[in-house]
Design a binder for this molecule. Structure first.
Ligand SMILES: *[C@@H]1O[C@H](CO)[C@@H](O)[C@H](O)[C@H]1NC(C)=O
Ligand SMILES: *[C@@H]1O[C@H](CO)[C@@H](O)[C@H](O)[C@H]1NC(C)=O
Length: 361
């Protein structure tokens, strides 16, 4: 696998990002559903080992403060909000108040999965079903703010929704050491189970009034330092190929699901973001050198193994690393992924449209 091509930020894309910042806000509202790749503080009050509210997380965030983002700086949701022209990041569900919710909320939660049970090894989390319940409560508030449900429905149709979840169903469920509830299934049967549940969840999102929905596939989770440290790698591959292949079974079904939703639900505008295409192909490689080791010193054992050691050592050249801890990308990696989800570089990056077109059509 051409892992040497793993996500690198090109100068061209940096310029894209800067230019877009000067544009007007492209949608009135932006809602985010997902896991630690998007969480910006929802896990802070929860009892869980999936937390990023301590240093060195946030070392490159404005003010150099930990916020609950699982990276050194901004995460994918932050960069997407910038690309969409929002002047601020979308607030976390747990901290949002009053009319601020009209611009959208971030429901994402570290360790969350499509299945309710995924991530339970780490503690409490807002799994996808709980995130949808939280969204229902938000919609009631929006209806109250706008006067009635009809006005809320008209409003919600214009919002962008991003769903980026599924990695924990593999990392913190299927590939957890036994006894995992799912590991007796074949990879095909497990992908089927995930898709059956995800189909209901994406339909609920539609039933709640969402029309523009970008759904990220699961990335190359067999290439993250944590899985490389846990599982043997074979055939000279830099990654645990079996894990990538299993996640690929889910992604293939997800593309079909999205086509079905677009065909069968009136005015549905779902689109698929192919994280594998973004990781493996496209623009040239600038600056990033370390592909398989984390930037921060990680916890070696215990329930939070693979996350940064509190107040531990951190690399100085953070823009040269793909990964910040054993699970999570650095902000430079997130910025690259957000740029190409927003404006595709390759035809395979998004299907049928990228987020820039999704919000305009
Ligand atoms: C709902 O609110 C909108 C805007 O405030 C108003 O124009 C409309 O008449 C209301 N509709 C109903 C059914 O009350
Ligand atoms: C995603 O992109 C990769 C690389 O271009 C391609 O091999 C794969 O078929 C795509 N996956 C899906 C589910 O479309």
């Amino acid at each position: 696998m051409a892992i040497t091509k793993w996500i690198f930020l090109s100068l061209t894309m940096m310029m894209t990002l800067t230019l877009t910042l000067t544009h007007d806000q492209q949608v009135p509202c932006f809602f985010i559903f997902g896991d630690s790749q998007s969480d910006n503080g929802n896990n802070n009050p929860l009892i869980t080992n999936a937390k990023a509210d301590y240093r060195p997380y946030g070392i490159d965030f404005p003010g150099a403060v930990p916020t609950g983002r699982f990276t050194n700086g901004k995460n994918m949701a932050d960069f997407l909000a910038e690309l969409l022209g929002f002047s601020d990041s979308i607030p976390p569900f747990v901290a949002a108040q009053g009319s601020a919710i009209l611009k959208g909320l971030n429901y994402a939660s570290g360790a969350a999965g499509i299945l309710d049970s995924s991530g339970i090894n780490l503690g409490d989390r807002f799994c996808m079903n709980r995130q949808l319940q939280n969204h229902m409560a938000t919609i009631d508030q929006i209806a109250a703010l706008l006067g009635n449900q009809t006005a809320a429905d008209i409003y919600l149709r214009q919002c962008l929704n991003v769903v980026n979840i599924g990695g924990n169903d593999y990392i913190n469920n299927y590939y957890q050491p036994p006894p995992s509830s799912s590991s007796s299934l074949t990879p095909d049967a497990f992908a089927d189970e995930l898709i059956a549940t995800f189909s209901l969840q994406l339909r609920s999102l539609y039933d709640l009034g969402s029309r523009k929905v970008a759904v990220f596939g699961v990335g190359l989770i067999g290439c993250i330092p944590q899985e490389i440290s846990l599982y043997p790698i074979t055939n000279g591959s830099p990654c645990v190929d079996s894990i990538n292949i299993a996640a690929g079974l889910f992604n293939d079904r997800l593309v079909s699901l999205i086509n079905d939703l677009n065909t069968n639900l009136p005015n549905a505008q779902f689109t698929y973001i192919n994280v594998t295409s973004i990781a493996l192909g496209g623009p040239s490689l600038i600056g990033v050198k370390v592909l398989d080791a984390p930037c921060c010193e990680v916890q070696k054992a215990g329930a939070a193994a693979g996350q940064c050691l509190p107040d531990g050592a951190v690399c100085g050249n953070r823009d040269e690393y793909i990964f910040f801890d054993n699970f999570h990308p650095t902000q430079i990696s997130y910025s690259m992924m957000a740029s190409r989800a927003y404006r595709a570089s390759l035809p395979t990056d998004t299907s049928p449209v990228d987020i820039e077109r999704l919000v305009r059509q």
